[in-house]
Ligand binder design. Structure first.
Ligand code: SIN
Length: 475
């Protein structure tokens, strides 16, 4: 079924004026959806507040039943949802199918984990009293989500919120409202009561974002996106002292030591760098390769990159789809041009793909140096700058010389080095001999200016729970 005709969207489509969605591969109009006003968003917040007590009062097992049905419906509609994801964000269909399964995995995981929101009884300080600690839902939560994972970045927030007993109002990215609306419909079909999970689509993200970060009835904001926007949202949320979860930008180093397994390092580099055309917060952004293996790595890596097929994500065999829009093309082209003007060599690619639209060639740049802008900017495109290094201490210093601290990767086989480097990297996540580390069972998140809080795993549930201490006295 084509994205334009999926029944998941029919009730959300508008004929008139609204938020227009474009296919980044073709530039074609895909659909028009509602442009929510401030009043309508405030009404959604009021509905969420009204719906919360009954939902929070249900047993965790009961809430888990609804989430479990939602998971099943998402997987039953995997193909329709994948078509929507590719139509609005451009990634190859195989990746979109993977994203839907990844997104659903959070719903399945938190359906179970919600049952384990344990409190504790603390040995008392007073024989006539007992100390009891319970976990309670935070309250109404808002979320602002990005276009690069239009399903998974919503379910990674909504599933733990709902499992904990919190309603959630989500503003999806302007570029990708369709899959968000489709998963909202599936949640309602699964039996989630009205008001608890609302997608508010808008042409005016700053205006609606302000409501979602300042409204007194919202107790927490969860955001995935750039560090610059995250800082604005944190400032806005400070006015009512809301809790925040911030999954922000990255500048991931990918280090290959002389003792690495070369083939595995190349395979990991391809997976880490070129997934979603390099448009993920955890994509390898800077490759540091030790001098003894540098030439061999650059040769093998370049051969593998040259074999990647660029094109429309709906075409079978496409490895790398378009960038999200023309602004992204300009940014990526500008970074590559400036590196090449400063002496970098494009071993593969180095220019737009020449097939029109927002397609950029998968690129490997050698002879890059740390003073080039490309070594500090978050590239968010299919471009791999490769730097040469000599020793372990130097590369750790280089890897950590950034305000970001989301994901880092390295390949090595010496056990002592593996532990030393893994512990020394100032990052929230470290892939050791692995290029992809995302999974619902592990805590995803960054340190420094890459964010606050964790998503997935048991830590992801805690983000939506408050701790209440009750002193039971007079015994
Ligand atoms: C992101 O790019 O923010 C998320 C990537 C992932 O979950 O793997």
């Amino acid at each position: 079924m084509s994205a334009a005709s999926t029944p998941l969207l029919d009730e959300y489509r508008l004929d008139g004026d609204g938020l227009e969605v474009q296919n980044p591969a073709s530039g074609d109009h895909v659909a028009t959806v509602k442009d929510y006003s401030v009043d309508e968003v405030e009404a959604a917040i009021a509905a969420a507040k009204a719906a919360m007590p009954a939902w929070a009062a249900r047993t965790a097992k009961d809430r888990a039943g609804v989430l479990r049905r939602w998971f099943t419906l998402i997987m039953d509609h995997q193909e329709d949802l994948a078509q929507l994801v590719t139509a609005e964000c451009g990634k190859p269909l195989a990746e979109s199918r993977g994203e839907v399964a990844y997104g659903a995995s959070f719903v399945e995981w938190f359906a179970e984990e919600g049952k384990r929101a344990y409190g504790e009884v603390i040995p008392t300080h007073n024989p006539a009293a007992r100390i009891v600690v319970v976990k309670q839902p935070v309250g109404v939560v808002s979320a602002i989500t990005p276009w690069n994972f239009p399903v998974a970045m919503i379910t990674r927030k909504a599933a733990p919120a709902l499992a904990a007993g919190c309603p959630m109002i989500v503003k999806p990215a302007e570029a990708t409202p369709l899959s968000a609306l489709a998963i909202e419909k599936l949640a309602l079909d699964a039996g989630l009561p009205e008001g608890l999970f609302k997608i508010v689509t808008t042409r005016e993200p700053a205006k609606i974002g302000e409501v979602l970060t300042t409204h007194p009835d919202i107790r927490k904001i969860s955001f995935t996106g750039s560090t610059a926007v995250g800082k604005i949202l944190m400032r806005q949320a400070a006015g009512t002292v809301k809790r925040t979860s911030m999954e922000l930008g990255g500048n991931a180093p990918f280090i290959v030591f002389d003792d690495a397994d070369l083939d595995k390092a190349v395979a990991g580099a391809i997976a880490s760098k070129y997934r979603n055309a390099g448009q993920t917060c955890v994509c390898a952004n800077r490759f540091y390769v030790q001098s003894g293996i540098y030439d061999a790595f650059v040769t093998k890596f370049s051969e593998a990159v040259a074999a990647l097929k660029v094109g429309d994500g709906v075409v079978d065999g496409t490895d790398v789809g378009p960038l999200i829009n023309s602004a992204a093309m300009e940014k990526v082209s500008g970074l590559v041009k400036s590196a090449m003007n400063a002496g970098a060599d494009a071993i593969v690619g180095g220019a737009p793909a020449g097939i029109g639209g927002n397609f950029y060639q998968p690129t490997v740049l050698a002879n890059t140096t740390p003073d080039m802008e490309i070594s500090s900017a978050e590239i968010f495109g299919p471009v791999a700058p490769v730097f040469k290094f000599e020793d372990e201490a130097d590369v750790i210093a280089l890897a950590n010389s950034t305000p970001y601290g989301l994901a880092a990767y390295f390949y090595a086989r010496d056990l002592g080095r593996v532990w030393r480097v893994a512990e020394a990297l100032e990052y929230g996540m470290v892939g050791v001999n692995e290029g992809i580390l995302s999974t619902e069972v592990a805590p995803f998140g960054g340190v420094k200016e890459s964010g606050i809080g964790r998503e997935g795993a048991r830590q992801g549930l805690d983000e939506y729970l408050e701790t209440k201490y009750m002193l039971m006295g007079g015994l």
